[in-house]
Design a protein around this ligand. Sequence first.
Ligand SMILES: NC(=O)c1ccc[n+]([C@@H]2O[C@H](COP(=O)([O-])OP(=O)(O)OC[C@H]3O[C@@H](n4cnc5c(N)ncnc54)[C@H](OP(=O)(O)O)[C@@H]3O)[C@@H](O)[C@H]2O)c1
Length: 317
Amino acid sequence: MANDRQTVVLITGCSSGIGLKLAIHLANDTKKQFYVIATMRNLNKKEQLEAAAGDTLNKTLHIRQLDVCSDESVTECLNSIQDKRVDILVNNAGIGKIGPIESLSIREMKSIFDTNFFGAVRIIKAVLPDMKRRRSGHIVMMSSVMGLQGVIFNDVYAASKFAMEGFCESLAVQLLKFNIYVSMIEPGPVNTEFEMKLMDEVSHSTFPGTDSETVQFFKDVYLPASRDIFATMGQTPDTIAEATIKVIKMERPVFRYQTNILYTPLTAMKYADDTGNMSIRMFYNLLFNHGTCFKISLSCLRIVTCSWFRSGAVSPN
Ligand SMILES: NC(=O)c1ccc[n+]([C@@H]2O[C@H](COP(=O)([O-])OP(=O)(O)OC[C@H]3O[C@@H](n4cnc5c(N)ncnc54)[C@H](OP(=O)(O)O)[C@@H]3O)[C@@H](O)[C@H]2O)c1
């Protein structure tokens, strides 16, 4: 049971990656100020989290089942929490999807939205009444730079994150009236199982319904560029966990928080040109006209960015 001085944090998607690291970092807080409810849809995957939790297990870290795509699962999880009190909700669960849209069925696309958008909305709806009643709370969303800037062959994933950004930007205004804060954490690439799952998925696909020119672009241009970008600019899930904790601990949390200093110029470009042409042309030229220059730039970047620089989160202050 959480004591009165502890902040109850519920995190979704803690079987791996960012969610797992965030749960562990919070549970290990030296002042034990957090009571972490680390949730996952499949408890058969809890071993990694249990092992990482060590002594904090069932003290400051508690594992519960929660599938963001199921009303029953969300209700059951909240009913298992004392007074259904959640001070901070971290909507972290998410799935990716890459590839030419011709080869993706509408059903597959809907499943991305079911998890990344409606899954997050489902839990927000469940915790809001109590947060509003107590006039206190913080909703933290694991968004992405792709919630601000579309990226080739990530069309549906980016759309799901854009949807979440629009939803939260609207909601944040209403919730301020109730002293409830909303924050978007916007990482660039993060080296977790996320990317591996995507690469594995496309390695088995024949891209039905897609013309050979597009498939060739995807396989020969996009995939190698994506691997290079993750190798060069990818952050660790620990870095994202630390950046998220920084926002969680703020007295007046900010709305947007980008974690990767190397990505801020890309998103800034979008706001610098309201026609949208600058960023679309720049991405086009980098991929299709100046591929060699792009590769050289990434290689140079790899050399000049030591791991310390790459792990540096952008401070909102
Ligand atoms: N990795 C990146 O490059 C990157 C960049 C920016 C933002 N993000 C965002 O960061 C978040 C975490 O991703 P990650 O990189 O840590 O990837 P990850 O290791 O694949 O973790 C994703 C987590 O979400 C869970 N999940 C998926 N569907 C779920 C559902 N219906 N209900 C509950 N949990 C579900 C997964 O559970 P299972 O193990 O059961 O599948 C897993 O625990 C995602 O929202 C992602 O969009 C990632």
